[in-house]
Design a binder for this molecule. Structure first.
Ligand code: MOS
Length: 729
């Protein structure tokens, strides 16, 4: 099915199951430990051996010599995979560095060997006996020092590197009020709960991988490319995932090395990337330096806005597209954005939840707070004055598909009690706490991706949906079941959803907050095809057939789904493909964050006291799982503001704090009540579901609201994240 004209009224609008808060279908299995994660699939491969990854102890250089003698003689060792015996390996399309290094070494902790043994303990003990002599080379590890060597990066999901409209320099020079500041954000780690893990088993030349992966089809393709085998010979199974945040978008070393290990030792092999290996072995969110200039009139109306971003990555990598939101969020006829990419020899940078906007708004929304103060305009009012209902780079001929930023700002401010804020910093006290309020706009783009599914009815009238879509803890199982139930007129408990298997039709996968809208649109397409088949079988005109209560009805006639499906069942498969509506209409999601903090007058400890937000994101398919996404993302925004940072050792080129003890993320005690309001919106240009993404929107701007609240509490303006105590004292 092709989606290239705005959606009219359709079966989803009934809103009998879609749009209703439901508990997650997979919830009980996940919280009782019966949803088996990849590493726990003892059922799938009961005789699996264990692999332990040996990572590089240098960031750049070569392996001078590798001595495996002691490791091979260690108890229980079955084999050791290295570049010397792994055969020819290519690099996946989505990988910047090789997943198995050697003799060249591209980054610290790059996998150089996999030791396979009969037990986990034996594998780990033998790995310590692998002796590697290195020939190190100098590398570049310091973004700030390399900044002037930045080049124009390749185009990725964020669009072109640079954009321009009007005459920024001329307009900025003439502006009555100017803000010109530089903000910095650190490298960050996804820190999802379940580490990367895979079990690989070969049957002849056929490979099965039980793994933890957000994007099944991308990763099957990259496994095929890396091993040089047909992708038809590879099956990925990833039904349950303990979080991803972007770290599992791609094929990683656990998957490749499990496959290589299993091939070498002739039995299934399981490999997890141990927690202390993850930050340096896998991907991270790159650090940024961001320069923002805004020129406005004395009432705060923006005439000129510029956002320049510097980030680093390994050779062949990409930029952190932190200026994305600045292209679309506020008015101003004179504007420019630019991204520059610096070559660094740190581990591989890549997407982490809301790549681009998550850190872009940490800068832009503090700059807006600085502009509000400079103009003496309330920060909410400033943003309302600068709202724009079309793509400000393209002009009025490219309107937004839907945009309710102003509604979010107003509704959110009301609910939070924003009018009680004292605009003068450092005035409000509660005992030893200085108290302040801050806010920020939320913005995240809305991407639509092709997505397929098949859907069937069995002889008992039960509905089954199969798609390679993944559920990374987001609620995919539930919203897909809701979609199928709505479309076929059955109750939710009559629907079984099967996900995360490359034998199922290729879906959009879980990435870039496109999963919910795109994957359910694919189920919608398949369900429309099944409805047509069922109607035809019933002898009813497809347009007149009604699907409700497990029946297909026309006028006063009806037949049950069960009888129409018959003993063999009835199936249909289709996908939703997109035309160019996203070129005619700018598509994005919007919201407003509000935060109240207390800052201890003596210790500068920061406590978040209240958070609230209002969000407009198209049809909210399941308000309960959507709220969970938003509050989780707001929590991650607090982490970005106050604590999260990978500390770079700029001498040796690695992230020093590479475990959960030293990479700080918020815990329950750090997070107060979070109030979430969804502003009603249907987006008829995003898909027949009229939904948009919401999984990443909640992180976008949340940290800036915290930063602005700290300023309001203390009068101290911090521009270097995370905003730790040492910077406040
Ligand atoms: Mo997202 S960073 O595309 O999982």
């Amino acid at each position: 099915m092709k989606f290239d004209t705005p959606a009219g009224p359709n079966p989803i609008d009934k809103g009998r199951v879609i749009g209703i808060a439901h508990d997650r279908i997979d919830g009980p299995a996940k919280v009782t430990g019966t949803a088996a994660y990849a590493y726990e699939r003892h059922d799938a491969a009961p005789n699996a051996a264990y692999g332990w990854i040996v990572g590089s102890a240098i960031a750049k250089g070569r392996i001078a010599a590798m001595d495996l003698t002691a490791a091979e003689a260690s108890p229980g060792v079955l084999g050791i995979v290295t570049h010397a015996n792994a055969g020819k390996l290519s690099k996946g399309n989505m990988n910047t560095a090789h997943l198995l290094g050697g003799p060249q070494i591209e980054h610290y902790e790059q996998a150089l060997a996999l030791v396979v043994a009969d037990t986990f303990e034996n594998a780990r003990a033998a790995a310590a006996l692998v002796r590697i002599d290195y020939a190190p080379e100098d590398g570049k590890f310091d973004l700030a020092a390399e900044r002037l060597n930045g080049v124009i990066p390749p185009q990725g999901f964020g669009g072109p590197a640079d954009t321009k409209a009007g005459d920024f320099d001329g307009a900025f020079a003439k502006a009555a009020v100017k803000v010109e500041q530089t903000y910095t954000t650190p490298d960050q780690s996804h820190a999802m709960m379940e580490p990367h893990a895979s079990i690989a088993a070969w049957n002849g030349d056929k490979l099965t991988l039980w793994t933890s992966n957000q994007m099944i089809a991308w990763s099957v393709g990259d496994m095929a490319k890396t091993l040089g085998i047909p992708k038809e010979n590879i099956r990925f199974v990833s039904p349950y995932i303990g979080g991803g945040f972007g770290s599992k978008l791609f094929l990683r070393a656990d998957a490749l090395l499990a496959a290589l290990g299993a091939r070498q030792v002739g039995r299934p092999v399981k490999v997890a990337i141990a927690r202390p290996q993850i930050p340096n072995n896998t991907t991270h969110r790159p650090a940024t330096i961001q320069r923002i200039r805004i020129g406005a009139d004395k009432d705060g109306v923006i005439d000129a806005i510029a956002h320049e971003v510097w980030s680093g990555d390994l050779p062949g990598g990409g930029a952190e597209t932190a200026a994305q939101q600045t292209r679309l969020l506020y008015r101003g006829e004179n504007r420019m954005t630019a991204h520059r990419l610096v070559t660094l020899n740190l581990p591989e940078g890549n997407a982490m939840r809301a790549p681009g906007e998550a850190v872009g708004l940490l800068a832009l929304e503090v700059a807006m707070d600085e502009l509000a103060e400079a103009c003496g305009v309330d920060p909410v009012e400033l943003r309302i004055r600068n709202d724009v209902q079309f793509d400000p780079e393209a002009g009025p001929q490219r309107p937004f598909s839907s945009r309710k930023l102003v509604e979010c700002l107003r509704a959110g401010a009301d609910r939070f009690g924003w009018q009680r804020r004292n605009p003068k910093p450092g005035q409000v006290r509660d005992g030893r706490w200085l108290v302040g309020m801050g806010m920020a706009s939320a913005f995240r783009n809305n991407l639509t991706e092709k997505s397929g599914a098949r859907i069937g009815v069995d002889g008992s009238g039960k509905v089954i949906v199969e798609t390679d879509m993944t559920d990374i803890g987001t609620g995919s199982y539930t919203i897909i079941a809701q979609t199928a139930a709505e479309m076929l007129g059955v109750d939710l408990d009559q629907v079984t959803v099967r996900l995360g298997d490359s034998r199922f039709p290729v879906s959009a996968g879980s990435g870039g907050q496109w999963g919910a809208n795109s994957s359910t649109a694919g189920v919608y397409a398949a369900a429309m095809a099944l409805r047509a088949k069922l109607a035809e079988k019933a002898g009813y005109a497809a347009e007149q057939a009604q699907f409700e209560d497990g029946l297909v009805r026309m006028g006063n006639q009806s037949q049950t789904l069960a009888s129409l499906a018959g003993a063999q069942g009835l199936w249909a498969e289709d996908s939703m493909e997109y035309g160019d509506l996203d070129k005619k209409y700018a598509q994005a999601t919007f919201g407003a964050h509000f935060c109240e903090v207390g800052v201890d007058m003596d210790t500068a400890e920061v406590r978040v006291r209240r958070m609230g937000g209002a969000f407009a994101s198209g049809r909210i398919l399941n308000p309960k799982s959507a709220r969970s996404q938003v509050i989780g993302a707001m929590t991650m925004g607090v982490g970005a503001a106050l604590m999260e940072a990978l500390d770079v050792d700029t001498r040796f080129g690695f992230f020093v704090n590479h475990d959960m003890a030293e990479y700080q993320v918020p815990v329950h005690a750090d997070i107060p009540h979070q109030d979430v309001l969804f502003v009603d919106e249907l987006d008829d240009k995003s898909s027949p579901m009229k939904a948009k993404g919401v999984g990443e929107l909640g992180i976008c701007g949340a940290g800036a609201a915290v930063a602005n609240a700290i300023y309001n509490a203390t009068g101290i303006r911090l521009r270097d994240y995370p905003l730790t105590i040492d910077k406040l004292l």
